[in-house]
Design a protein around this ligand. Structure first.
Ligand code: SF4
Ligand code: SF4
Length: 664
């Protein structure tokens, strides 16, 4: 007799089969009906934006588990991988078994026997055990063994894990019972069930049949309960991954006047003002708390809780969002995207927060220094309200070419509001201009023709001031035929690179560290050699939002490989770095950097003592023991300077590079 196993063992006649199929289709039908009802609520949102190709997203996020792997230091990542891959293995095993069982209905032989059967049993028996182990691990964790403080949970979570665990465990007990009641020489190929079978001893067929129905009852309960439990992310996260917006992480969606006229409102007031994709993503949230764990505002004791924002919006269900959210929490966000980066189901918290802010700003609910900033930037085109004449003061004695002088240039050196007038940031601007001159790079500045990119206005929620400034700058770019831009401000860099395309500006935009690193790699500049050790504070809008963490390190002579998208900082055919400063990484670095607290317009907000993200970050940087803190953003420098002055040296990577080079 060929190795195989009998389906519906000890259950002769049509009745057991009839009951099995009726209950299976009924529970599956109920599950599908609930998901369809959920999808109807998603359809109440605004139409979606252009999407990314679906299959790489699904492959990377769902099958590759990119966001889960290593994302949490306390065991959550490996535990999730055991459950996920174990579950997928069991799903595949069930599908293969069903195909083989029903093959005779289309004239094919049932192939679930012989060598195939033995390989099937050995493979899926082991993989399924991973699922049971993962569920047991998760259950212990939920019940308090090694549970992270931010992991919330209610009885539904425990119930979900009990259902999953029991489905898996009873599956193995059933296998052991089958081996005990109907032994065969090939049962050794089902190692887990074979190992368990002696525990059950001699088993009556009726006991096996009872266990069979008990196991199936848990499986049917799983189907029925799935849409009601956070476990629904198995399905919903796949839908969100397949429909992910093409918009870059750092780009906010543009609001048109036509939209405002059609809806009579600016920004999001209730859930129906969000896109369908955003509404779907809310249902994918599994309340894991990763976003809250990494939130810099939450980390300094503010009540902002990105998970709470997602759950609050979800709970609003067509009612005003502010019934579930607080204005203080919405204003506290620095738009650092740490939550977005950490979220395993790719929820875009910043889109949601800024969309509600837009409405608050339109309703005149913003007061204080951030409101002053909006008025200043709207009236002067400078975020600190400086007159345009101040934009050329830093150039004195440097012989910096201006676009209006009419000479051809390769790069527009975009200076930014801080870069033109803040004393610390001006040092960076001067260093960049000098280094470009020494390296023979053709560039020019706009001087008085430059206005704020509008980044602080947009992220504070003043969409139309941003659009006005972006339109004005885009016209100037077109006037001078600008095709390449370099800037020392990651906020300007992000906006020009990812958002100005909506205003007709198609340009290659580089952060100064990228262009300077290219010059170092080409041997046109020497890398910095900083004595006494140096640590780097990665700006959120460079390292995380735009995936560039290698270029600033290259300026310090450090070879690193943090960038996920190597196209941003091309290494091929370039010189190896000749000198290495002693670079000491702080606890949070590269894409997982810790925000200084300046983004999202928070630069202009007042934080209570003890609630300043910059102080927390400064402590971390000082803990490295490095004598120099290198920065790569004028906003970071302004925020960190007060906390670091007198304790260590703060300098932009361009200034450190300048010190290592000489005028040719
Ligand atoms: S939003 Fe994302 S990271 Fe935050 S709790 Fe939900 S699934 Fe987890
Ligand atoms: S963007 Fe940053 S500050 Fe805002 S909620 Fe997310 S983690 Fe917190």
């Amino acid at each position: 007799m060929e190795p195989t196993r009998t389906e519906f063992l000890f259950m002769p006649g049509p009745l057991p089969k009839l009951l099995f199929y009726t209950l299976t289709f009924a529970s599956l039908g109920w599950m599908v009906w609930q998901f369809v009802a959920m999808a109807r609520t998603w359809r109440r949102g605004k139409p979606d934006e252009p999407k990314r190709p679906w299959w790489p997203e699904v492959a990377s996020l769902i099958l590759g588990q990119r966001k889960v792997q290593g994302s949490r230091p306390k065991g959550g990542g490996p535990m999730h991988l055991l459950i996920f891959y174990g579950f997928m293995a069991l799903l595949m095993a069930t599908t293969l078994l069903a195909l083989a069982t029903y093959a005779p209905m289309v004239g094919l032989p049932n192939w679930h026997k012989g060598a195939y059967y033995l390989a099937f049993e050995a493979t899926f028996d082991v993989l399924g055990a991973c699922f049971v182990a993962g569920c047991a691990w998760a259950l212990f964790r939920r019940l308090g063994v090694g549970r992270p403080a931010t992991l919330q949970g209610d009885r539904t979570d425990v119930a979900a894990l009990v259902i999953l665990f029991t489905c898996g465990l009873t599956g193995y007990l059933l296998e052991a019972a089958r081996i005990a009641a109907d032994p065969h020489p090939w049962d050794v190929w089902s190692p887990v069930g074979y190992g368990l079978s002696p525990i059950l001893g001699q088993l009556a067929p009726s006991a096996y049949v009872g266990l069979w129905w008990f196991h199936m009852a848990w499986v049917w309960a799983f189907f029925v309960m799935l849409p009601r439990m956070r476990l629904r992310h198995l399905v919903v996260a796949t839908v969100t991954a397949a429909n992910r917006p093409a918009r870059a992480m750092g780009a906010l969606a543009k609001v048109s006047m036509e939209q405002v006229e059609a809806t009579g409102k600016v920004g999001a007031v209730e859930t129906g003002d969000l896109t369908r994709w955003h509404l779907t993503s809310l249902d994918a949230c599994m309340e894991c708390g990763r976003c809250t764990e990494v939130c810099p505002a939450n980390g300094v004791g503010k009540t902002l809780d990105p998970r709470g924002i997602v759950q609050g919006i979800r709970a609003a269900e067509g009612n005003p969002l502010l019934e579930k959210l607080t204005e203080d929490d919405l204003w506290a966000c620095t738009t650092c995207h740490a939550c977005v980066e950490a979220c395993p189901v790719s929820i875009r918290h910043v889109d949601l927060i800024v969309d509600v802010r837009r409405n608050l700003v339109a309703e005149g609910k913003l007061a204080g220094p951030q409101a002053v900033m909006l008025r200043q930037v709207g009236s002067t085109g400078h975020a600190w309200g400086q007159p345009v004449s101040e934009r050329e003061q830093w150039m004195k004695g440097l012989n910096v070419p201006l676009c209006r002088e009419g000479q051809p240039f390769d790069f527009l050196l975009w200076v930014g509001c801080a870069g033109a007038t803040d004393p610390g940031a001006v040092k960076t601007t001067k260093a960049v201009a000098t280094l470009l001159q020494w390296a023979g790079v053709s560039f020019a500045c706009l001087g008085q023709e430059e206005a704020c990119t509008g980044d602080p206005a947009r992220r504070t929620g003043d969409e139309f001031t941003f659009q006005e400034l972006a339109g004005q700058n885009a016209n100037v770019f077109a006037k001078y035929g600008v095709t390449k831009v370099v800037t020392a401000c990651p906020h300007c860099f992000n906006s020009l690179k990812n958002e100005y395309g909506d205003f007709g500006s198609q340009m290659e935009v580089l952060h100064h560290s990228q262009l300077l690193a290219r010059l170092v790699r080409e041997g046109r500049l020497a890398p910095a050699d900083v004595p006494g050790g140096v640590t780097l504070h990665d700006p959120c809008y460079l390292a995380r939002v735009n995936d560039e963490a290698d270029a600033p390190r290259a300026l310090l002579g450090a070879e690193t490989d943090f960038n996920r998208d190597v196209s941003l900082f091309v290494r091929e055919n370039l010189h190896p770095l000749p000198v290495a400063s002693q670079l000491v990484e702080p606890a949070h670095h590269a894409q997982r950097t810790l925000c200084c607290g300046a983004g999202g317009g928070r630069m202009w907000a007042d934080d209570a003592p003890g609630q300043r993200p910059a102080d927390r970050r400064a402590e971390e940087l000082l803990a490295t023991g490095a004598e120099t803190v290198a920065v790569a953003c004028p906003f970071c420098r302004i925020m960190l300077d007060p906390a670091l002055t007198g304790k260590t040296r703060v300098a932009d990577v361009a200034e450190l590079l300048l010190e290592a080079n000489r005028q040719p």
